[in-house]
Design a protein around this ligand. Structure first.
Ligand code: SF4
Length: 359
Protein backbone atom coordinates (compact mmCIF):
# COMPACT_ATOMS: atom_id res chain seq x y z
CA UNK A 1 0.00 0.00 0.00
CA UNK A 2 1.38 3.40 -0.92
CA UNK A 3 1.32 6.52 1.21
CA UNK A 4 -1.38 9.11 0.53
CA UNK A 5 -0.35 12.35 -1.15
CA UNK A 6 -2.63 15.28 -1.89
CA UNK A 7 -2.90 17.59 -4.88
CA UNK A 8 -5.04 20.36 -3.43
CA UNK A 9 -7.94 18.43 -1.88
CA UNK A 10 -7.52 15.38 -4.08
CA UNK A 11 -6.14 12.39 -2.19
CA UNK A 12 -3.94 10.07 -4.21
CA UNK A 13 -2.62 6.66 -3.18
CA UNK A 14 -3.41 4.37 -0.26
CA UNK A 15 -6.95 3.03 -0.48
CA UNK A 16 -8.21 5.94 -2.56
CA UNK A 17 -9.68 5.18 -5.98
CA UNK A 18 -7.23 5.30 -8.86
CA UNK A 19 -7.46 8.89 -10.03
CA UNK A 20 -7.62 10.33 -13.52
CA UNK A 21 -5.52 13.27 -14.63
CA UNK A 22 -5.91 15.33 -17.77
CA UNK A 23 -3.60 17.71 -19.56
CA UNK A 24 -4.36 20.91 -21.46
CA UNK A 25 -3.18 20.90 -25.08
CA UNK A 26 -4.06 24.46 -26.10
CA UNK A 27 -1.32 27.14 -26.05
CA UNK A 28 -1.64 29.79 -23.30
CA UNK A 29 -2.04 32.47 -26.01
CA UNK A 30 -5.55 31.11 -26.74
CA UNK A 31 -6.90 31.70 -23.28
CA UNK A 32 -10.60 31.16 -24.07
CA UNK A 33 -9.81 27.82 -25.64
CA UNK A 34 -7.63 26.91 -22.65
CA UNK A 35 -10.54 27.62 -20.32
CA UNK A 36 -13.06 25.69 -22.38
CA UNK A 37 -10.64 22.77 -22.66
CA UNK A 38 -10.23 22.73 -18.88
CA UNK A 39 -14.01 22.79 -18.41
CA UNK A 40 -14.45 19.95 -20.88
CA UNK A 41 -11.75 17.91 -19.10
CA UNK A 42 -13.47 18.40 -15.75
CA UNK A 43 -16.88 17.54 -17.22
CA UNK A 44 -15.47 14.40 -18.81
CA UNK A 45 -14.05 13.23 -15.47
CA UNK A 46 -10.52 14.59 -15.04
CA UNK A 47 -9.84 14.88 -11.32
CA UNK A 48 -6.80 17.08 -11.73
CA UNK A 49 -5.64 19.16 -14.69
CA UNK A 50 -2.03 19.78 -15.68
CA UNK A 51 -0.83 22.57 -17.87
CA UNK A 52 2.63 23.33 -19.24
CA UNK A 53 4.30 26.37 -17.69
CA UNK A 54 7.02 27.58 -20.02
CA UNK A 55 7.61 31.17 -18.91
CA UNK A 56 6.87 33.45 -15.97
CA UNK A 57 3.60 34.81 -17.30
CA UNK A 58 2.23 31.25 -17.70
CA UNK A 59 2.17 30.88 -13.92
CA UNK A 60 -0.82 33.28 -13.79
CA UNK A 61 -3.01 30.67 -15.48
CA UNK A 62 -3.64 28.85 -12.17
CA UNK A 63 -5.75 31.68 -10.82
CA UNK A 64 -7.61 32.01 -14.12
CA UNK A 65 -8.44 28.31 -14.34
CA UNK A 66 -9.53 28.17 -10.73
CA UNK A 67 -12.34 30.59 -11.55
CA UNK A 68 -13.73 28.08 -14.04
CA UNK A 69 -13.00 24.59 -12.71
CA UNK A 70 -12.92 23.12 -9.24
CA UNK A 71 -10.36 20.34 -9.75
CA UNK A 72 -6.75 20.93 -8.65
CA UNK A 73 -4.36 22.46 -11.17
CA UNK A 74 -0.81 21.18 -11.70
CA UNK A 75 2.07 23.00 -13.39
CA UNK A 76 4.27 21.03 -15.75
CA UNK A 77 7.77 22.43 -15.33
CA UNK A 78 10.90 21.66 -17.29
CA UNK A 79 14.39 23.21 -17.36
CA UNK A 80 13.83 26.20 -15.04
CA UNK A 81 13.46 25.61 -11.32
CA UNK A 82 12.46 29.26 -10.82
CA UNK A 83 9.31 28.61 -12.81
CA UNK A 84 8.43 26.01 -10.20
CA UNK A 85 8.87 28.60 -7.44
CA UNK A 86 6.67 31.06 -9.34
CA UNK A 87 4.00 28.42 -10.05
CA UNK A 88 3.79 27.49 -6.37
CA UNK A 89 3.49 31.13 -5.32
CA UNK A 90 0.80 31.78 -7.96
CA UNK A 91 -1.49 29.10 -6.55
CA UNK A 92 -0.86 25.84 -8.41
CA UNK A 93 -1.86 22.84 -6.29
CA UNK A 94 0.94 20.63 -7.54
CA UNK A 95 3.99 20.76 -9.73
CA UNK A 96 5.64 18.22 -11.96
CA UNK A 97 9.41 18.35 -12.18
CA UNK A 98 11.51 16.40 -14.65
CA UNK A 99 14.74 15.03 -13.12
CA UNK A 100 16.27 14.89 -16.58
CA UNK A 101 16.32 18.67 -16.90
CA UNK A 102 16.15 20.00 -13.33
CA UNK A 103 18.88 18.23 -11.46
CA UNK A 104 20.97 20.64 -9.34
CA UNK A 105 20.60 19.78 -5.67
CA UNK A 106 20.53 23.41 -4.55
CA UNK A 107 17.63 24.15 -6.91
CA UNK A 108 15.64 21.07 -6.02
CA UNK A 109 16.02 21.76 -2.30
CA UNK A 110 14.85 25.33 -2.78
CA UNK A 111 11.72 24.14 -4.63
CA UNK A 112 11.06 21.57 -1.89
CA UNK A 113 11.25 24.26 0.82
CA UNK A 114 8.82 26.56 -0.97
CA UNK A 115 6.47 23.67 -1.85
CA UNK A 116 6.43 22.67 1.81
CA UNK A 117 5.52 26.20 2.89
CA UNK A 118 2.63 26.30 0.44
CA UNK A 119 1.53 22.71 1.02
CA UNK A 120 2.05 21.84 -2.62
CA UNK A 121 2.93 18.31 -3.73
CA UNK A 122 5.55 17.43 -6.32
CA UNK A 123 5.45 14.79 -9.00
CA UNK A 124 8.87 13.58 -9.98
CA UNK A 125 8.26 12.60 -13.57
CA UNK A 126 10.87 10.94 -15.69
CA UNK A 127 10.34 10.07 -19.37
CA UNK A 128 12.43 7.80 -21.56
CA UNK A 129 13.05 10.79 -23.87
CA UNK A 130 15.27 12.30 -21.16
CA UNK A 131 17.97 9.68 -21.77
CA UNK A 132 20.38 10.40 -24.56
CA UNK A 133 22.22 7.10 -24.54
CA UNK A 134 21.11 3.94 -26.25
CA UNK A 135 19.98 1.02 -24.19
CA UNK A 136 20.54 -2.59 -25.13
CA UNK A 137 17.15 -3.58 -23.73
CA UNK A 138 14.03 -2.32 -21.95
CA UNK A 139 15.30 -3.49 -18.57
CA UNK A 140 18.37 -1.26 -18.77
CA UNK A 141 16.27 1.77 -19.66
CA UNK A 142 13.87 0.97 -16.82
CA UNK A 143 16.76 0.59 -14.43
CA UNK A 144 18.19 3.99 -15.41
CA UNK A 145 14.81 5.68 -15.10
CA UNK A 146 14.40 4.33 -11.57
CA UNK A 147 17.94 5.37 -10.61
CA UNK A 148 17.37 8.91 -11.87
CA UNK A 149 14.17 9.25 -9.86
CA UNK A 150 15.86 7.75 -6.82
CA UNK A 151 18.60 10.42 -6.88
CA UNK A 152 15.96 13.13 -7.03
CA UNK A 153 13.97 11.61 -4.16
CA UNK A 154 17.09 11.50 -1.98
CA UNK A 155 17.45 15.26 -2.40
CA UNK A 156 13.80 15.92 -1.56
CA UNK A 157 14.06 13.68 1.47
CA UNK A 158 17.04 15.69 2.74
CA UNK A 159 14.55 18.56 3.01
CA UNK A 160 12.08 16.22 4.77
CA UNK A 161 9.82 16.58 1.78
CA UNK A 162 7.63 13.52 1.23
CA UNK A 163 4.52 14.87 -0.53
CA UNK A 164 5.70 13.20 -3.66
CA UNK A 165 4.27 11.21 -6.53
CA UNK A 166 6.46 9.54 -9.12
CA UNK A 167 6.03 8.72 -12.78
CA UNK A 168 8.29 6.58 -14.95
CA UNK A 169 7.07 6.67 -18.52
CA UNK A 170 8.68 5.02 -21.49
CA UNK A 171 7.61 5.37 -25.10
CA UNK A 172 7.96 1.64 -25.00
CA UNK A 173 5.40 -0.34 -23.02
CA UNK A 174 7.81 -2.94 -21.70
CA UNK A 175 10.29 -0.47 -20.16
CA UNK A 176 7.35 1.42 -18.61
CA UNK A 177 6.03 -1.74 -16.99
CA UNK A 178 9.44 -2.87 -15.73
CA UNK A 179 10.36 0.58 -14.36
CA UNK A 180 7.09 0.90 -12.42
CA UNK A 181 7.37 -2.64 -11.08
CA UNK A 182 10.93 -2.00 -9.92
CA UNK A 183 9.99 1.28 -8.27
CA UNK A 184 6.92 -0.11 -6.50
CA UNK A 185 9.02 -2.83 -4.88
CA UNK A 186 11.38 -0.27 -3.34
CA UNK A 187 9.21 2.75 -2.46
CA UNK A 188 5.79 3.59 -1.12
CA UNK A 189 5.31 6.85 -3.02
CA UNK A 190 2.14 6.78 -5.16
CA UNK A 191 2.80 6.09 -8.81
CA UNK A 192 1.30 8.18 -11.60
CA UNK A 193 1.03 5.79 -14.55
CA UNK A 194 1.26 6.50 -18.24
CA UNK A 195 2.99 5.52 -21.43
CA UNK A 196 4.51 8.51 -23.21
CA UNK A 197 4.84 9.42 -26.89
CA UNK A 198 2.42 6.67 -27.86
CA UNK A 199 2.23 7.44 -31.59
CA UNK A 200 -0.93 7.44 -33.72
CA UNK A 201 -4.30 7.19 -31.98
CA UNK A 202 -5.07 3.48 -32.28
CA UNK A 203 -1.54 2.44 -31.36
CA UNK A 204 -1.67 4.88 -28.45
CA UNK A 205 -4.86 3.39 -27.07
CA UNK A 206 -3.39 -0.11 -27.29
CA UNK A 207 -0.04 0.88 -25.72
CA UNK A 208 -1.71 2.83 -22.92
CA UNK A 209 -4.20 0.09 -22.17
CA UNK A 210 -1.52 -2.60 -22.01
CA UNK A 211 1.05 -0.51 -20.13
CA UNK A 212 -1.28 1.09 -17.61
CA UNK A 213 -3.70 -1.83 -17.44
CA UNK A 214 -1.13 -4.51 -16.74
CA UNK A 215 0.32 -2.47 -13.86
CA UNK A 216 -3.08 -1.64 -12.39
CA UNK A 217 -4.14 -5.28 -12.59
CA UNK A 218 -1.26 -6.07 -10.24
CA UNK A 219 -2.21 -3.33 -7.82
CA UNK A 220 0.48 -0.90 -9.01
CA UNK A 221 -0.52 2.70 -9.67
CA UNK A 222 -2.55 5.35 -7.88
CA UNK A 223 -3.33 7.81 -10.66
CA UNK A 224 -3.12 7.75 -14.43
CA UNK A 225 -2.85 9.98 -17.41
CA UNK A 226 -3.45 8.52 -20.83
CA UNK A 227 -1.35 10.29 -23.50
CA UNK A 228 -2.83 10.16 -26.99
CA UNK A 229 -2.59 11.96 -30.30
CA UNK A 230 -6.21 13.02 -29.79
CA UNK A 231 -8.19 15.75 -28.04
CA UNK A 232 -7.55 15.78 -24.30
CA UNK A 233 -11.11 14.78 -23.35
CA UNK A 234 -10.65 11.55 -25.36
CA UNK A 235 -7.70 10.72 -23.09
CA UNK A 236 -10.06 10.93 -20.11
CA UNK A 237 -12.60 8.68 -21.84
CA UNK A 238 -9.90 6.07 -22.49
CA UNK A 239 -8.63 6.36 -18.89
CA UNK A 240 -12.16 5.70 -17.63
CA UNK A 241 -12.52 2.67 -19.89
CA UNK A 242 -9.20 1.26 -18.63
CA UNK A 243 -10.34 1.61 -15.01
CA UNK A 244 -13.79 0.24 -15.72
CA UNK A 245 -12.43 -2.72 -17.69
CA UNK A 246 -10.41 -3.73 -14.64
CA UNK A 247 -13.41 -3.32 -12.31
CA UNK A 248 -11.48 -0.60 -10.46
CA UNK A 249 -14.05 2.11 -10.96
CA UNK A 250 -17.45 2.35 -12.57
CA UNK A 251 -18.51 5.27 -14.72
CA UNK A 252 -21.22 3.90 -16.96
CA UNK A 253 -23.16 0.69 -17.65
CA UNK A 254 -21.06 -2.04 -19.20
CA UNK A 255 -22.17 -2.96 -22.71
CA UNK A 256 -21.43 -6.53 -23.66
CA UNK A 257 -21.90 -6.87 -27.41
CA UNK A 258 -20.64 -9.37 -29.91
CA UNK A 259 -18.22 -8.41 -32.69
CA UNK A 260 -20.79 -9.71 -35.27
CA UNK A 261 -20.06 -12.28 -37.93
CA UNK A 262 -21.81 -13.59 -41.01
CA UNK A 263 -24.54 -15.10 -38.84
CA UNK A 264 -25.68 -11.62 -37.85
CA UNK A 265 -28.55 -10.30 -40.00
CA UNK A 266 -28.94 -6.86 -38.40
CA UNK A 267 -26.72 -3.76 -38.21
CA UNK A 268 -25.65 -4.61 -34.71
CA UNK A 269 -22.77 -2.11 -34.61
CA UNK A 270 -25.19 0.77 -35.26
CA UNK A 271 -27.58 -0.60 -32.63
CA UNK A 272 -24.76 -0.78 -30.07
CA UNK A 273 -23.69 2.82 -30.87
CA UNK A 274 -27.27 4.05 -30.46
CA UNK A 275 -27.69 2.18 -27.17
CA UNK A 276 -24.44 3.66 -25.85
CA UNK A 277 -25.64 7.18 -26.66
CA UNK A 278 -29.10 6.55 -25.22
CA UNK A 279 -27.69 5.05 -22.01
CA UNK A 280 -25.48 8.14 -21.55
CA UNK A 281 -28.58 10.35 -21.71
CA UNK A 282 -30.43 8.46 -18.98
CA UNK A 283 -30.01 8.29 -15.23
CA UNK A 284 -29.48 4.53 -15.24
CA UNK A 285 -27.76 2.32 -12.70
CA UNK A 286 -24.03 2.55 -13.59
CA UNK A 287 -23.36 -0.98 -12.37
CA UNK A 288 -25.66 -2.51 -15.01
CA UNK A 289 -24.38 -4.98 -17.55
CA UNK A 290 -26.29 -4.71 -20.82
CA UNK A 291 -25.84 -7.42 -23.46
CA UNK A 292 -26.55 -6.82 -27.16
CA UNK A 293 -25.91 -9.97 -29.17
CA UNK A 294 -26.25 -10.69 -32.86
CA UNK A 295 -27.55 -14.26 -32.94
CA UNK A 296 -28.51 -17.29 -30.90
CA UNK A 297 -25.01 -18.84 -30.77
CA UNK A 298 -23.79 -16.87 -27.76
CA UNK A 299 -26.60 -14.38 -27.49
CA UNK A 300 -28.91 -15.99 -24.93
CA UNK A 301 -25.95 -17.08 -22.76
CA UNK A 302 -24.44 -13.60 -22.61
CA UNK A 303 -27.85 -12.07 -22.10
CA UNK A 304 -28.55 -14.41 -19.14
CA UNK A 305 -25.27 -13.38 -17.50
CA UNK A 306 -25.94 -9.68 -17.99
CA UNK A 307 -28.57 -7.76 -16.01
CA UNK A 308 -30.53 -7.13 -19.15
CA UNK A 309 -29.88 -8.06 -22.72
CA UNK A 310 -31.16 -8.58 -26.17
CA UNK A 311 -30.30 -11.45 -28.49
CA UNK A 312 -31.29 -11.45 -32.14
CA UNK A 313 -32.61 -14.61 -33.69
CA UNK A 314 -32.86 -13.25 -37.23
CA UNK A 315 -33.66 -9.91 -38.81
CA UNK A 316 -37.10 -9.45 -37.38
CA UNK A 317 -36.88 -11.20 -34.10
CA UNK A 318 -34.96 -10.47 -30.93
CA UNK A 319 -35.64 -11.56 -27.38
CA UNK A 320 -35.17 -9.14 -24.50
CA UNK A 321 -33.87 -10.92 -21.43
CA UNK A 322 -33.71 -9.85 -17.82
CA UNK A 323 -31.32 -12.32 -16.24
CA UNK A 324 -32.83 -15.68 -17.23
CA UNK A 325 -36.35 -14.45 -18.06
CA UNK A 326 -37.56 -13.44 -21.50
CA UNK A 327 -39.38 -10.12 -21.03
CA UNK A 328 -40.64 -9.88 -24.58
CA UNK A 329 -39.82 -9.75 -28.24
CA UNK A 330 -38.67 -6.91 -30.45
CA UNK A 331 -37.06 -6.28 -33.85
CA UNK A 332 -34.24 -4.27 -35.42
CA UNK A 333 -36.28 -1.06 -35.71
CA UNK A 334 -37.72 -1.08 -32.20
CA UNK A 335 -34.87 -2.68 -30.30
CA UNK A 336 -33.16 0.47 -28.95
CA UNK A 337 -36.38 2.01 -27.63
CA UNK A 338 -37.65 -1.29 -26.17
CA UNK A 339 -34.33 -2.03 -24.48
CA UNK A 340 -34.06 1.48 -23.00
CA UNK A 341 -37.57 1.22 -21.59
CA UNK A 342 -36.61 -1.95 -19.71
CA UNK A 343 -33.19 -0.60 -18.64
CA UNK A 344 -34.71 2.44 -16.97
CA UNK A 345 -37.01 0.21 -14.89
CA UNK A 346 -34.01 -1.45 -13.21
CA UNK A 347 -32.98 0.33 -10.03
CA UNK A 348 -30.00 -0.68 -7.91
CA UNK A 349 -29.82 -4.24 -9.18
CA UNK A 350 -26.78 -4.02 -11.45
CA UNK A 351 -24.33 -6.86 -11.00
CA UNK A 352 -21.18 -4.95 -12.00
CA UNK A 353 -18.71 -3.38 -9.61
CA UNK A 354 -20.26 -0.57 -7.63
CA UNK A 355 -18.45 2.37 -6.17
CA UNK A 356 -14.93 3.57 -6.72
CA UNK A 357 -12.69 1.21 -4.79
CA UNK A 358 -9.50 -0.64 -5.63
CA UNK A 359 -9.31 -4.30 -6.64
S1 SF4 B 1 -23.17 -13.81 -31.19
FE1 SF4 B 1 -23.70 -14.69 -33.19
S2 SF4 B 1 -23.54 -12.97 -34.61
FE2 SF4 B 1 -22.46 -12.37 -32.79
S3 SF4 B 1 -20.34 -12.96 -33.23
FE3 SF4 B 1 -21.26 -14.61 -32.07
S4 SF4 B 1 -21.97 -16.03 -33.62
FE4 SF4 B 1 -21.60 -14.09 -34.68
Amino acid sequence: MTKVVKIGNLKIGGKNPVRIKGMIKTPHSQIRKVISEAKRLEKEGAESIRIAVREDKDTKIAAVLKKHVSVPIVADIHFHYKLALGAIEEGFDGIRLNPSNISKEIHIRQVARVAKNYNVSIRVGVNSGGFKKEFANSKQLADDMVKRVQQFLKILEKENFFDVMVSLKGADVVSTIIANEMFSKKFDYPLHLGVTATGPFLEGVVKSSIGIGSLLSRGIGSVLRVSLAAPSFVEIQVAKHILQSLNLRRFEPDIISCPTCSRCEVNLIAIVDKCKKELALRAVDKSLKVAIMGCVVNGPGEAYQADIGVAFGGKDKAAIFKKDKILGWTDEKRVVGDLMREVTKIKGQGSGVKGQGRI
